[in-house]
Design a protein around this ligand. Structure first.
Ligand SMILES: [Zn+2]
Length: 114
């Protein structure tokens, strides 16, 4: 356990504390976690929008770096329609991704792979 100094009042306290016990200022760790959470939430919104509007082109898959699945969905969502069935299948795939994303909004790392 390391000791750190509060940036606000200079009080020495444990780095495990979420905030300074003397003045209540959140530690750097707490602040950066909050920022990460905000970023994750925004990413999740983008993911859901992409899955909903561009899901059949695999846009949400590319967004989270699953390029292999993204390409598969892109092919199914474009030339797949020539065979009808892959086109319909990719619609369900995108819908399933959207629903799974909705269920994991509180834990975006499950979907976004963070
Ligand atoms: Zn303090």
């Amino acid at each position: 356990m390391a000791m750190i100094y509060c940036r606000e009042c200079g009080y020495k306290h444990s780095d495990k504390a979420k905030a300074c016990p003397k003045c209540g200022r959140p530690t750097e760790m707490t602040l950066s976690k909050k920022i990460n959470k905000l970023t994750n939430d925004r990413s999740m919104v983008v993911y859901l929008l992409l899955a909903w509007f561009l899901g059949i082109f695999g846009a949400h898959k590319f967004y989270v770096g699953k390029n292999g699945q993204g390409i598969a969905m892109l092919l199914m969502g474009t030339i797949g329609w020539l065979l009808i069935l892959p086109g319909i299948a990719v619609c369900f795939w995108a819908l399933v991704d959207f629903v799974i994303g909705l269920c994991n909004v509180s834990t975006p790392e499950n979907v976004l792979g963070k």
